[in-house]
Design a protein around this ligand. Structure first.
Ligand code: GDP
Ligand code: MG
Length: 307
């Protein structure tokens, strides 16, 4: 026991805090922008441990005094079919296990049924919750106040902070609040810790995100992405990636490919740009679409996705 305590002291200064924070919010509210602001340009990539593959680590901020591991919790914003039930279960479980939850809203947003449902969920967990109202650079105070009041009604007693993730307004305040939630302890990750497995996983998540962002009207949930080839060509500073997008329906295949392949091209381009930035090398990305009517019931695919 004494030995363990000494070890702890050697590794981290007294009072060092470390923990996990989930960021939730529907697409386009500014989650990625906020993380980029918090982390600077550098996004830390770490090995997905079994418990984190389901909840993608989107970034790690380590300072002299603390380490915050930010998690994405897929599922909280979707609700249908078997896969979604599992995703929602995982998401809810995550909210109980993390040290805090940040709920990001867009200042233009109206509170609708989905937001009410999430607020209800957040009221039911013991985890601390911070509500961030983002994009305040775009709205007047007169518009902001009613939304803040509505949030205060829905989640009584929770802190609400208006921010601009793009400009950085309010970001220091949010970091101060979140840091206080973290328990004292050693950092979970050291700098630069990552593996090939991580990069493959990251590639599939990024492709899936682009599919979702670009097609969410037409394809509410139903795709999975697997990485079929991931080859590093060190001499050329290049990674060759081949990936398959699995979908349940023929009609979705048409949407994913688009007119003369335009949609698939756009998905590929956006994913490639983000991956090049993250991995710091050139990426050659080849995408395939496969109709797989039962992928949401396919245990192999689900376990590949960490579900
Ligand atoms: P995500 O889907 O939640 O990750 O959202 P993104 O971070 O991709 O942001 C969606 C869009 O909103 C992008 O065009 C961002 O530039 C924009 N955005 C995010 N935060 C702000 C903000 O604070 N102010 C303004 N004006 N735009 C923002
Ligand atoms: Mg994003």
């Amino acid at each position: 026991m004494a030995e363990a305590e000494n070890k702890h002291k050697e590794k981290s200064p007294a009072g060092f805090r470390a923990g996990y924070i989930a960021i939730i919010g529907r697409p386009n509210v500014g989650k990625s922008t906020l993380l980029n602001k918090i982390l600077g340009e550098k996004v830390a990539i770490v090995s997905p441990r079994p418990q984190t593959t389901r909840n993608r680590i989107t970034g790690i901020r380590t300072t002299e005094s603390s380490q915050i591991v930010f998690l994405d919790t897929p599922g909280i914003h979707q609700s249908h079919s078997l896969i979604n039930r599992r995703l929602v279960d995982v998401a809810l479980q995550t909210l109980d296990e993390v040290d805090g939850v940040i709920w990001l809203l867009d200042a233009h947003d109206k509170i609708k049924q989905e937001e009410e449902r999430i607020a209800e969920t957040l009221c039911g967990v013991d985890t601390p919750v911070l509500i961030l109202i983002n994009k305040i650079d775009l709205v007047s105070k007169g518009k902001l106040l009613p939304l803040m009041e509505r949030c205060a009604q829905l989640l009584p007693g929770k802190e609400i902070v208006p921010v601009s993730a793009l400009i950085g307004d309010g970001v220091d305040i949010l970091l101060d609040i979140v840091e206080k939630w973290l328990p004292e302890g050693e950092p979970f990750f050291t700098d630069g810790e990552y593996t090939d497995q991580t990069e493959r996983f990251l590639a599939s998540e990024i492709i899936r995100e682009k599919v979702f962002n670009l097609t969410r009207q037409e394809i509410p949930y139903g795709v999975a992405v697997t990485i079929d080839d991931f080859t590093e060509k060190d001499e050329k500073n290049l990674i060759v990636i081949a990936a398959t997008i699995h979908t349940e329906r023929d009609s979705h295949k048409g949407i994913l490919i688009g007119k003369r392949g335009a949609m698939l091209k756009e998905i590929g381009q956006q994913a490639r740009t983000e991956l090049e930035k993250l991995l710091g090398c050139r990426i050659f990305l080849e995408l395939f679409v496969r109709v797989d009517p039962n992928w949401t019931e396919n245990p192999n695919l689900l376990s590949e996705m960490g579900l």
